[in-house]
Write a protein that binds this ligand. Structure first.
Ligand SMILES: Nc1nc2c(ncn2[C@@H]2O[C@H](COP(=O)(O)OP(=O)(O)OP(=O)(O)O)[C@@H](O)[C@H]2O)c(=O)[nH]1
Ligand SMILES: [Mg+2]
Length: 303
């Protein structure tokens, strides 16, 4: 799956990448330099290889891509990024997007389009201006992708929770039938009185109900390492697709890890006697559903 981020220089493409996939804080992005030409990064997600193309937006690079457009081709998801803090750039940005769309049309390609109205925040910016800019941006951009039925999002690296969900749903795009499972799990997690994290084997968090265990899509490093080690044991010692691991402390803290079909990890953290019968039942249902979820992923992969 190829995801392409396009937009003028400074609109926030590399920041988006850094916060969601590379465990950077929003503050750290203030020190990013403009991207030279373009950068490609690979990221495994639910056993699928995702390539993220971050197209530097300085004028000379845009000219180069438009002259040799092959690099844009084969994009599954195009994310045009509009900088809401820079209304003077809207028309220039529109021109760039129109040129790219024209190339896709000429080549009979139809990527899914997720238009980001980005920097939707008041970090070093006035609220009143932001509101005016959104109205102006919608007037300028809402029409240019209309043949592609674009999805539009108001995004900000300062609202990581929302941004992570947007990216998770974009990445799950190739598994549309799975969205319902994730939403159901989300609902369950709100009702269970244990701390639960559902991620893939590479440590991309899909759903959780614990504060501070993830940065963007990435699970905290110690838990990620734990899952990764258990996954190696599953493969090399148990020689099975799925396995269960357990840890207990003398104080009664308990950690359980379920690995389903070498793809999905469900981590449950609780204290002794903490679980009420209702939550136990809900965990049982949740695990059953996640097993099904991983079966579906495997069947999609083998298609
Ligand atoms: N307020 C605010 N600032 C942001 C946001 N996203 C990125 N920025 C800031 O925008 C500036 C430029 O970000 P970059 O990610 O380097 O921009 P870029 O689109 O990659 O630029 P090029 O590589 O030149 O194409 C940085 O100072 C970021 O901190 C956001 O959501 N809100
Ligand atoms: Mg950049």
């Amino acid at each position: 799956m190829k995801i392409s981020l396009i937009g003028l220089s400074g609109c926030g493409k590399t920041s988006l990448y850094s916060v969601i996939f590379a465990e950077k804080t929003p503050e750290e992005t203030k020190r990013l330099s403009p991207t030279i030409l373009y950068e490609t990064r690979r990221h495994p997600f639910l056993g699928l290889e995702i390539s993220i193309f971050d197209f530097g937006g300085q004028d000379q690079y845009i000219k180069e891509y438009l002259d040799k457009p092959k690099i844009f081709m084969g994009t599954d998801v195009l994310i045009p990024v509009v900088d809401l803090h820079d209304p003077n750039s809207f028309n220039k940005s529109k021109k760039y997007f129109e040129d790219v769309i024209k190339l896709y049309k000429e080549n009979y390609q139809k990527p899914k389009i997720c238009l980001f109205y980005h920097k939707y925040d008041t970090e070093d910016y006035q609220k009143e201006l932001l509101d005016t800019n959104i109205i102006k941006a919608r007037e300028i951009f809402s029409d240019i992708f209309k043949d592609y039925k674009p999805q539009t999002f108001l995004t900000s690296i300062y609202d990581q929770e929302n941004l992570t969900k947007i990216f998770r749903d974009i990445l799950m795009g190739s598994y549309s039938e799975l969205k319902g499972h994730i939403e159901k799990a989300e609902k369950h997690l709100r009702e269970i009185n244990a701390r639960i994290i559902i991620s893939d084997i590479s440590g991309n968090v899909l759903v959780h109900n614990v504060q501070g265990v993830s940065s963007g899509l990435s699970l905290r490093a110690d838990l990620r390492d734990f899952i990764s080690s258990c996954n190696v044991i599953r493969e090399n010692v148990f020689l099975s697709d799925s396995a269960e691991f357990k840890g207990n402390s003398e104080e009664g803290k308990e950690l359980q890890l379920y690995i389903f079909k070498y793809i999905l990890a469900v981590l449950i953290m609780k204290s002794e006697g903490e679980l009420d019968p209702e939550s136990s039942e809900k965990i049982r249902v949740l695990l059953k559903d996640m097993k099904l979820f991983s079966d579906i992923i495997v069947s999609i992969h083998s298609e």
